[in-house]
Design a protein around this ligand. Structure first.
Ligand code: AMP
Length: 591
């Protein structure tokens, strides 16, 4: 259906055209006909970003009688910011429609001014519940002419403890009015409001109930708590165009993370309740106009901040509550765009992650923390992309160009390019040159079940594993515990991600996450295990088959005639010492 076919007046259609809304969004297709046609109540389960403001706002503006001074509609919402946003949207819709007066009333600002405005007559009041109750008590807000009540973000209002206020307000508006309730999620409290104050509502669900916005990709990084900030930085570094909100649990954490980011040169700032309203406004404004790339915020402070095209929502801490998660992630992937909701999860939070996955009926993608070299690559191509578009001209450069050209004339294009790229790359690499890659925590480390332990570990690493050969086997008393302990005791407390372990009689194979293999080989080679000198090297590509004890055909690397290696390992106790059994075993692998 098109807007033109929905029964809007030319004035509203003109406003819609100016807003560049081409076609109604799903929530609008469902809500608008009910509001313009049947006189029914509506419960709509819809996230922010689905176009719900226009869904109720356009028909509300059209059906408000501007010939009288009566307040005819009441919109309740959880925050001051949302009040202002809704009011500004309604003003846009009403641009070509008579003299409609809309007033936002909310706590934290002068009640006298609001009373003065109300006295002049207001057609639509957009209010936070607490302030509206004050105004009702002072007899400034007169609700006897109210025909429509809209509860926007009802779940958020309940989360913020407004249930009593909502009950009081709904109890004091005339019966026979129409009520519309918008909520991202359905809870028993919402259902009870519907039961008590709505009659036979049309129920509209956009997407599935309790589901997050369709075009949001959910993903997570498994991180040690101590690495969280580092991982956040890596995310920011690997997404140079990021424009997102980093959600933290507490005001303190919010401030700390924002301060660290600012100190580290990121374009970030904090938004939380310890800031004054003026400071919050300033930060939100900077973020809205994209002067900030990363807004570090608490849930409460970020409510009502209406920013459309976030590329990312980052859950620095995973919320306990599905509703909070839904709200956070609903801030990206709006208005038909795709967004990403990333969560930094440590092992203890995994259960919570699974719970959220189950409730959302969505599988979160497990991402690997970008390595330094991946980040450098991304930054480099970001820089190349910028080079592709001409920047602004600086006339003052002109005078230097001839001399520069002259000085660089000995370099051909290719060499010049190479040098420029090297310089740029060096700059990125500086941050990562000496830093080690961040390692994920390993699950089930102390699990009694060895095979599930190994499996668990492997499952964490969707990245590649390298298969290593080690010249120790069961005959050496070398079992998985010994291997793990041996690895741990030689890697200075680093948690090296191991994969599958195949133990044979006198040598073994085990997998290690690819980026760790060189490190591990260097750490383990020539070390002593019992009376044996240890040799570790990359095993050759294996063909599929069973393990050695059952006639496997896999070849270790040394079978390909790497004589240098043989010599190197040929000291006492190594695997070439000539144990007959070893030879037989190796023969089997060489086939
Ligand atoms: P809301 O869910 O009301 O916060 O709306 C999310 C965004 O979608 C706002 O920026 C609206 O301006 C935009 N929007 C609403 N309706 C439409 C539409 N029919 N076509 C395109 N954008 C829309």
């Amino acid at each position: 259906m098109k807007f033109e076919e929905m029964g809007f007046t030319p004035g509203i259609l003109k406003a819609i055209e100016e807003l560049r809304f081409e076609n109604p969004m799903p929530v609008q297709e469902k809500v608008i006909p009910v509001m313009l046609g049947e006189e029914r109540d509506v419960i709509a389960l819809a996230q922010t970003g689905t176009g719900k403001t226009a869904a109720f706002g356009l028909p509300l503006v059209q059906t408000t009688d501007t010939e009288t001074n009566l307040t005819q509609a009441l919109i309740l919402c959880p925050t001051r910011e949302l009040c202002l946003q809704i009011t500004s949207d309604l003003e846009d819709y009403a641009k070509y429609t008579g003299k409609l007066s809309i007033l936002a009333v909310y706590g934290g600002s002068s009640i006298e001014n609001q009373i003065r405005s109300l006295k002049k007559g207001v057609h639509i009041i957009v209010a936070t519940p607490g302030r509206l109750i004050d105004l009702i008590n002072r007899k400034a807000a007169r609700l006897n002419g109210v025909r429509t009540v809209i509860l926007d973000e009802a779940d958020e209002m309940l989360n913020m403890g407004f249930l009593d206020s909502i009950n009081e307000i709904l109890g004091s508006v005339p019966d026979g009015r129409r009520t519309l309730l918008f909520s991202a999620t359905m809870s028993s409290e919402i259902a009870s409001i519907a039961r008590n104050y709505m009659s036979d509502p049309v129920e509209i669900t956009i997407g599935s109930k309790n589901a997050s916005a369709e075009n949001v990709n959910h993903a997570y990084y498994l991180v040690h708590a101590k690495d969280k900030y580092k991982v956040l930085k890596r995310i920011a570094d690997s997404e140079p165009d990021v424009y997102g909100i980093v959600f933290c649990r507490t005001r303190k954490e919010t401030q700390e993370i924002a301060s660290h980011l600012i100190n580290d040169g990121y374009n970030a700032d904090a938004l939380h309740g310890d800031l004054s309203q003026a400071q919050r406004d300033a930060v939100m404004n900077k973020f809205r106009i994209r002067n900030l790339q990363l807004l570090v915020a608490t849930d409460v402070a970020a409510r009502g901040l209406d920013v459309d095209d976030l590329t990312h929502v980052i859950n620095y801490s995973l919320p306990e509550d599905l509703e909070v998660y839904t709200h956070r992630s609903g801030r990206t992937g709006r208005a038909g765009k795709t967004g990403v909701s990333l969560s930094l999860v440590h092992l203890r939070e995994k259960q919570n992650l699974h719970r959220i996955e189950n409730l959302l009926k969505k599988k979160f993608k497990h991402l690997q923390v970008p390595t330094g070299s991946e980040i450098c690559g991304k930054q480099l191509f970001h820089w190349v992309k910028k080079l592709e578009t001409p920047g602004s001209e600086h006339p003052e450069i002109e005078k230097f160009l001839p001399e520069i050209k002259n000085r660089l004339s000995g370099l051909d294009r290719e060499e010049l390019l190479r040098r420029v790229v090297i310089r740029e790359f060096d700059r990125f690499l500086d941050d990562y040159r000496n830093g080690e890659d961040i390692i994920e925590p390993i699950e089930d480390r102390n699990s009694g079940n060895r095979s599930s332990d190994r499996k668990g570990r492997r499952d964490h690493y969707e990245g590649k594993f390298t298969r290593l050969f080690i010249n120790l086997g069961k005959n050496d008393g070398f079992y998985p515990e010994q291997l793990i302990e041996f690895v741990n005791s030689n890697t200075q407390g680093k948690k090296v991600p191991l994969g599958k372990i195949d133990l044979l009689k006198s040598f073994s194979f085990f997998e290690v996450e690819e980026s760790w293999s060189d490190y591990l080989i260097s750490r383990l080679n020539n070390k002593q295990f019992m009376d044996r000198k240890v040799a570790v090297e990359i095993a050759q590509e294996r063909s599929s088959g069973r393990n050695e004890d059952h006639g496997d055909r896999r070849k270790p690397a040394w079978s390909g005639g790497r004589s240098g290696n043989k010599k190197q390992h040929g000291s006492s106790g190594d695997f070439h010492k000539g144990r007959k059994q070893d030879r037989n075993e190796r023969k089997k692998f060489r086939r």
